[in-house]
Design a protein around this ligand. Structure first.
Ligand code: ALL
Length: 330
């Protein structure tokens, strides 16, 4: 029976590429399910990687890393990789998890767009016998406890990562200098932690945080927020951005205001789009959280859990400071 269900599942996925299937999303849209598979009938476990905005290079890198891992372990599992169109589409992510439950994936590896909202649907997945692994952005511990849920987390210490970038920035500033924080989506644990890490570093070095505002992880929003701030508070000496998309937005606003030479920007993620700017000194630092490996660690956990039935401990993944020096720029 199970083999038949899996057969129907893959048949359905194959059909997607030709005609669409039920109310599943259309092929080649960001949220579309694309399976890395060499056969259509299999008894291999199916792992679903559920990401956030595929418009963000961070998640494209994550997906590429996961696909490369699947190709190297093609005899061990099948991979479905899905994501949303933009950073705030939490409901779409809930639907994607529901879709993976309906398709009877064996495991769901999820980077939640919101630390609380996704907990309910992940509980439904677990109740349906699906292994769930939380990567990148940690679920809210109270929301998990309320539902008596145990889901292992695989991801970095975001506070530590942000502190690294803040400490490096502090060496380029003078005590008392005014700085601003550009936050990610405030309902995500990693955005909250990065804000705390930036604050730790700025307070320790005696800087003055004159503003802390969200730009929801998004480049365009960050550009607007920074443009407004630099007009309102032209004395700001640095913007600490909780991801690189927002650091890129900050740079574009500062360039437009002709302030790029005298205001520092730091980011988080080490996406390739910031590399040139780091080398040119337009972004001072970022933090590599190894997007290509993050999902891979989660997938390995999921495969282990499918085999053993046990829930492993949380696993901390590395964060590294990236600057023009670490990139080898003279
Ligand atoms: C977080 C990631 C990245 C990313 C952001 C945008 O969960 O850790 O820093 O830029 O999501 O969705």
């Amino acid at each position: 029976m199970r083999v038949f269900v899996k057969f129907m599942f893959f048949l359905c996925l194959a059909t997607l590429f030709v005609s669409g299937c039920g109310n599943s999303p259309a092929p080649s849209s960001p949220e579309n399910a694309q399976t890395s598979s060499s056969s259509t009938t299999t008894s291999k476990p199916v792992v679903a990687l559920v990401m956030k905005s595929l418009a963000n290079e961070f998640f494209q890198t994550m997906e590429n890393g996961a696909r490369a891992h699947q190709r190297a372990h093609a005899d061990e599992y099948e991979l479905i990789a899905v994501g949303t169109k933009d950073e705030l589409d939490v409901n779409k992510q809930v639907q994607l998890v529901e879709q993976m439950i309906a398709q009877k994936a064996n495991a769901i590896v999820i980077a939640p767009a919101d630390s609380k909202t996704l907990v309910g649907v992940c509980k439904r997945a677990q109740d349906a016998g699906i292994v769930v692994v939380n990567i990148d952005n940690r679920f809210d511990s109270d929301a998990l406890a309320e539902r008596q849920l145990k889901i292992p987390f695989v991801g970095p210490d975001n506070r530590k990562g942000a502190r690294l970038a803040g400490e490096y920035l502090a060496k380029h500033l003078h005590p008392g200098d005014p700085v601003a924080i550009i936050e990610g989506v405030p309902t995500t644990f990693n955005a909250q932690q990065r804000k705390l890490g930036f604050e730790d570093a700025m307070q320790a070095a005696g800087m003055q945080i004159v503003s802390s505002q969200t730009a929801n992880w998004e480049m365009d929003r960050a550009s607007q927020v920074v443009a407004a701030l630099i007009t309102e508070k032209p004395e700001i000496k640095a913007f600490l951005c909780a991801n690189d998309s927002m650091a890129l937005g900050a740079v574009s606003a500062l360039r437009a205001a002709n302030r790029l030479q005298d205001v520092y920007v730091v980011g988080f993620d080490n996406i390739s789009a910031v590399q040139d700017l780091l080398k040119k000194g337009e972004i001072l630092a970022t933090v590599d959280q190894h997007a290509d490996q993050l999902a891979v660690y989660g997938i390995e956990y999921a495969l282990e859990m499918i085999k053993s039935g046990a829930t492993p401990e949380d696993r901390e993944t590395p964060v590294d400071l990236i600057t023009a020096e670490t990139l080898g720029t003279p």
